[in-house]
Design a protein around this ligand. Structure first.
Ligand code: SAM
Length: 322
């Protein structure tokens, strides 16, 4: 097993199945153009082989399928079927929910039990303004159907000053009423926000600001979370839980166990580093040739992790998966 000086190792793999997305969220894509699939994207088979090799070479235990938007990818079914047979502890999915109802039978058959749905507002006009694609009612219906199918739902919201701060409490109420766990994600200095500090600071909402807003309506207590969790979790007694992924306010780099594989075959050991390591060519090789080479690259990828705090990076989340 590859372990660094801080005792960190890769346990959680996030695979970006495609860079294509049916949204163009303002904080993710500055020019408003939706991303399409890269021409050199790997096949479902090669990506699944990548997961199998990384389970062996890095000790991956948990997989999250993300994107781009994973549900738009024609590779989804073949990939899910393959990774479903690898004995992973957990397979989950992050989606914008637009195609959730349509893909639900496939997801249920593949054994998916947990889904994170990104939803920044319950206001249809604000939704169109932020996501620049999709339809709010379709997402809400998709979540409802997934819940009825027994899938546990977390909702990811990125609070943005001037755009959806008025939605923090309505969205929290909505989630608590339905048993969805709301996760606020502090805005990250990714993509264009890494170089435009003004744009970042104008929109950024901190953990403390969120907690004081929530404290106006609810009493909350800090709750337990796994050691390598990225979210600080809170309980609202008698109502449920919520979490905050506070990259800026409570950095979690010291315990980060994440590794990312992009749809074009690049390994990223850290969201905040522009270093990446190409493994696409290794995935066509037999195991005995691929694994030693992969291990050398994993040492480098682990070395890319920040010591203490996240500092941001030019990479767009849609390319390597949030
Ligand atoms: N399309 C899927 C979705 O919408 O969930 C998966 C990919 S998306 C990049 C994953 C998550 O990253 C979303 O919850 C999105 O809000 C978040 N995200 C993207 N850019 C971000 C940024 N600069 N700061 C914080 N979160 C960001």
């Amino acid at each position: 097993m590859i372990v660094d000086r801080q005792g960190r190792r890769f346990r959680n793999l996030r695979v970006s199945l495609t860079s294509a997305c049916n949204y163009a969220c303002t904080y993710c894509v500055p020019n408003g153009k939706r991303l399409v699939a890269a021409q050199d994207e790997l096949s479902a088979e090669a990506m699944a082989r990548g997961v199998a090799y990384l389970i062996e070479a890095a000790g991956i235990e948990r997989l999250r399928i993300t994107g781009g938007e994973p549900l738009v990818s024609p590779k989804l079914e073949a990939f899910m079927t393959a990774v479903g047979q690898m004995g992973l502890e957990d397979i989950s999915l992050t989606t914008n929910g637009q195609l959730l109802a349509r893909k639900l039978p496939l997801l249920v058959d593949a054994g998916i039990r947990r889904i994170n749905v990104s939803l920044d507002t319950l206001n249809a006009a604000a939704f169109r303004g932020i996501a620049r694609g999709g339809d709010l009612a379709t997402v809400l219906d998709g979540m409802e159907q997934a819940r009825a199918a027994g899938i546990k739902i977390k909702v990811n919201m990125v609070p943005l000053r001037g755009q959806n701060l008025d939605q923090v409490l309505p969205l929290l109420d909505y989630c608590l009423e339905r048993g969805y766990e709301l996760r606020f994600i502090e805005l990250m200095r990714m993509g264009h926000l890494a170089s435009d500090s003004n744009a970042f600071l104008q929109q950024f909402v901190s953990l403390q600001q969120l907690l004081s807003l929530i404290g106006e309506r609810y009493e909350y207590l800090q709750a337990d979370a796994p050691v390598d969790a990225t979210a600080v979790r809170y309980e609202i007694p008698g109502h449920g839980h919520f979490g905050v992924i506070a990259n800026e306010s409570v950095p979690f780099c010291r315990t980060c166990s994440r590794l990312r594989l992009s749809s074009t075959g690049w390994l990223h050991g850290c969201l905040s580093s522009s270093n990446r390591h190409y493994v696409g060519d290794l995935l066509d090789k037999p195991r005995h040739q691929a694994l030693p080479a992969l291990q050398r690259l994993l040492v480098k990828a682990l070395g890319d992790k920040q010591e203490v705090a996240f500092s941001g990076g030019a990479t767009v989340m849609k390319i390597i998966g949030g």
